[in-house]
Design a protein around this ligand. Structure first.
Ligand code: ADP
Ligand code: MG
Length: 284
């Protein structure tokens, strides 16, 4: 089992989009995939089509989601909490998140072993999955720390803009802190696969002249490796996730992976190249 966390402390850089499409890509290659949503915005949960209810009274996630996995030591193991996502075919498993996760932060910070519970529970059921991908919140909070403790590898999607770059210093410190924690539980340091250029503008001159300099800045100034694959900003990518299905009078979310939505698109090709590179870097 290989566990990959997808993290940046800046929001809107394409973490969730990358997470769900990477999960789909691995699932389509025949790997047994688990996606874990650790963001209280629950965007991955939404994007993998698990929010089918229109009325909060039908909310089937609130009583059984990632919060319970973290809070309880002897209950809410991964198989008890996963839901199956038909975001692609074959389907894959998701440990969902919920907007309520936000209000549990203080409570979980008080429980010292809570930080390693996801890690322990993943080890317990490690035989069930080949690849685990964890989506994280855009902050330096306990949930992203839990993700970085549970993961073997880290991918950092970034639009490479100044704010995202400034955030990299925080990420460096955060990784160092997390590594101290990992050491205490006998885990090796987190392996940084690198920065994935994400939501990149497609203008020809930009890609030819500006983008390589931006990538070089990140390498030189912050010392992070940058992947060769680039995820460009393409309408198909967001349209696939924003898809809805008209059922009677209402539209219900019916997101699809880019590979299902437009298999022959440039975007699908770019996500396939990213998958290949991640496989090579992580020895999958
Ligand atoms: N490669 C892309 N091309 C076009 N739109 C994208 C792409 N990646 C993300 N987006 C859009 O940008 C917004 C933020 O992406 P998201 O994946 O939710 O970022 P994050 O998880 O980092 O906050 C969403 O509306 C999403 O549809
Ligand atoms: Mg997100």
């Amino acid at each position: 089992m290989k566990t990959i966390a997808v993290y940046h402390n800046k929001g809107g850089v394409g973490k969730t989009t990358l997470t769900v499409n990477l999960a789909a890509s691995f699932s389509r290659k025949g790997y047994r995939v688990l996606l874990i949503d650790l963001d209280s915005q629950a965007n991955s949960t939404y994007a993998t089509g698990l929010i089918k209810f229109h009325d909060e009274l039908q909310d089937d996630i609130k009583e059984n989601y990632v919060y319970h996995v973290i809070r309880e030591r002897n209950a809410y193991f991964i198989p008890d909490v996963v839901k199956q996502s038909k975001f692609t075919d074959p389907p894959f498993d998701v440990v969902p998140s919920h907007i309520d996760l936000m209000q549990h932060e203080k409570e979980l910070i008080e429980i010292a072993p809570a930080r390693t519970r996801l890690f322990s529970k993943l080890q317990r059921d490690a035989g069930a999955y080949d690849i685990v991908i964890i989506d994280t919140p855009p902050s330096l909070n306990i949930y992203s720390q839990i993700a970085l403790i549970a993961a073997d590898y880290l991918l950092i999607p970034s639009d490479l803009k100044p704010f995202a770059n400034e955030g990299l210093r925080n990420i460096q410190n955060f990784i160092a802190e997390t590594n101290e924690f990992r050491e205490q539980i006998g885990q090796d340091s987190l392996q940084i696969l690198g920065i994935v250029p994400s939501k990149i503008a497609t203008a020809h001159r930009f890609v030819e002249f500006v983008l390589p300099r931006m990538e070089e800045t990140v390498r030189g100034r912050y010392g992070f490796p940058v992947l060769k694959s680039r995820i460009f900003e393409r309408r198909d990518v967001s349209a696939a996730i924003e898809r809805t299905l008209e059922v009677g009078e209402i539209d219900i979310p019916d997101p699809q992976s880019i590979f299902d939505y437009k298999p022959d698109s440039q975007a699908a090709e770019e996500f396939e190249a990213l998958t290949q590179e991640v496989m090579q870097l992580a020895g999958i």
